[in-house]
Design a protein around this ligand. Structure first.
Ligand SMILES: Cc1cc2nc3c(=O)[nH]c(=O)nc-3n(C[C@H](O)[C@H](O)[C@H](O)COP(=O)(O)OP(=O)(O)OC[C@H]3O[C@@H](n4cnc5c(N)ncnc54)[C@H](O)[C@@H]3O)c2cc1C
Length: 484
């Protein structure tokens, strides 16, 4: 096995890890990036499926995502707008497809009024929240105790209003059932995009795409690092603190009470030291002064830490979990919906595909629709055969666009739940009460180990923008320590 020495070892070649590595390298530190997969990009992945270029993971850029916009510009990439000419479609409780323009769904006037009122209330609450520190809001504890669904149902008994309001942070963003996360978590999701109104405005949140695909961002960042990016290197073991100098000594299992006390003392000593770190991947061992864990926190437990992570981290990481959404790609000979005056934008809190968009590639003659199936609906679909699943999904798309939607020439489901090195989509969030209880500790370094990922972002939370911001933050923390 190769053994190398660097100032900093970064684990994970997603947007967060590669941003951090580039920043550290620019500041004069040596780096190595260890990536488990055979490609860089993590949740950014552009691939060609049966001749169609598809963005299997993240793709959209919104105007508030300045860190991503700056990176895209720095890398010389160009963007284009999502197609949005024409009418959108909404399917209500009666199953009827109705055309509409603007942001408000075509619902009964009374429902519209309620949606407007609660949206204004939510915008006011979100305006009081710092996305980087939502736990500091005076009502954070109270708002973290009530589920998003329960809070909405306390505001109104209009079921259609609740479903439509719940949707923006539920199926469309955190991709978990709305009774499983708190009002505070929902407000963070909205605050990370500037306001609740921004989240429900598809023209804002799904504004632009990068020509050629968003995975070019990590690919070009990795290119700048050259041979310092190591693929196919799942990190299995991290020895840190005083023990990092002798990683081959057998680990202390701490079976007796006296040993356990000694182990706790060692963890505490290591957590406040910067004695260095030895990171052991499948084919390479890196000795470094600092490490950055740039992977989803739900995957930390895949790595064996010696000494173990402190008690707080052991507890906290059990309260973070991934949402789950299937991103469905359907490519047609032509964008047939445009001929009917449809923009391709479609929503329904009653449909299997709760939202769908025109996702035609820049300069492509063929038309592509992208649809999303979230949380419990996604679980249920994966209990079916692939054929049944496809039939159910295309049936749902046909409720928006008509029978032509049932006959794509290319059909593909992005299933991030099966991806060993991600395990869900789009990203992670705390369970009920977890954000207020642990949020302030989630980015705190542990000894020489720093943490970066979109899952722990404030601004840009769950998005590529947040991953880039967290990469910068972790790099800055290390640069600060090297100066100190
Ligand atoms: C279907 C889908 C659609 C999305 N749509 C959008 C969108 O339109 N716009 C947007 O901004 N965001 C979107 N997102 C979210 C966005 O893609 C992510 O938030 C972002 O890419 C995460 O970047 P990251 O670097 O923080 O983490 P990741 O991309 O998860 O990178 C972590 C890396 O660590 C590696 N790794 C894990 N464990 C180990 C180990 N033990 N050893 C070595 N390497 C390891 C992984 O392989 C991975 O490459 C979407 C995500 C998905 C899945």
């Amino acid at each position: 096995m190769d053994e190398i020495t660097r100032d900093v070892v970064v684990i994970g070649a997603g947007a967060a890890g590669l941003t951090a590595a580039n920043k550290l390298r620019k500041a004069g530190l040596s780096v190595a990036v260890l990536e488990a997969r055979d490609r860089v990009g993590g949740r950014l992945w552009t691939d060609v499926i049966e001749g169609a270029m598809l963005e299997l993971g993240g793709q959209w850029v919104s105007p508030d995502q300045q860190a991503l916009i700056d990176t895209v510009a720095d890398l010389g990439l160009s963007t284009y707008s999502r197609y949005r000419e024409g009418d959108s479609v909404y399917v209500g409780a009666d199953g009827e497809a109705k055309r509409f323009t603007g942001e408000m769904f075509p619902v009964a006037e009374s429902t519209e009024r309620i949606i407007d009122e609660i949206t204004a209330r939510l915008d006011a609450m979100v305006a009081e929240i710092d996305p980087d520190k939502p736990w500091e809001h005076p009502r954070a504890a109270e708002w973290d105790k009530v589920s998003w669904d329960a809070w909405l149902r306390q505001q109104t008994d209009d079921d259609e209003a609740v479903r439509n309001l719940a949707f923006a942070t539920g199926s469309a963003m955190l991709t978990k059932p709305t009774h499983t996360f708190s009002l505070l978590q929902s407000l963070l999701m909205a605050a990370s995009a500037g306001s609740y109104s921004h989240l429900v405005d598809a023209d804002f949140i799904l504004d632009k795409r990068v020509a050629g695909g968003l995975q070019q961002v990590p690919e070009l960042l990795a290119e700048r690092l050259g041979d310092d990016v190591f693929l196919n290197q799942p990190v299995r073991r991290i020895v840190w603190g005083a023990e990092s100098a002798t990683p081959d000594r057998p680990a202390d299992t701490g079976r007796r009470v006296a040993d356990l006390r000694a182990l706790t003392a060692r963890v505490e000593a290591a957590a406040s030291s910067s004695d260095g770190v030895t990171v052991i991947a499948e084919g390479v061992t890196v000795r470094a002064r600092f490490a950055i864990l740039a992977l989803a926190p739900v995957l930390y437990s895949r790595i064996s830490f010696e000494p173990p992570m402190p008690r707080l981290q052991h507890q906290m990481h059990q309260h973070i979990s991934m949402g789950f959404v299937i991103k469905v790609h359907a490519v047609y000979e032509t964008p047939f919906w445009r001929e009917q005056g449809l923009s391709g934008t479609a929503f329904s809190p009653y449909e299997l595909c709760h939202e769908a968009y025109d996702n035609t590639n820049h300069g492509d003659e063929r038309g592509t629709l992208v649809g999303f199936v979230s949380d419990q609906n996604a679980d249920d679909l994966f209990r079916l055969s692939a054929e049944e699943r496809k039939e159910r999904i295309l049936e749902s798309l046909s409720h928006y666009y008509g029978p032509a939607a049932k006959a794509p020439v290319v059909y593909y489901e992005s299933d991030w739940g099966t991806e060993e090195w991600t395990r869900g989509a789009y990203a992670a969030s705390f369970d009920l009460g977890g954000l207020h209880r642990y949020g302030a500790d989630q980015r705190r370094p542990v000894g020489p180990i720093h943490l970066a990922c979109s899952d722990m972002a404030g601004a840009g939370y769950q998005h590529v923008d947040g991953a880039i911001r967290q990469g910068h933050r972790a790099a800055d923390e290390i640069l600060e320590r090297t100066r100190g």
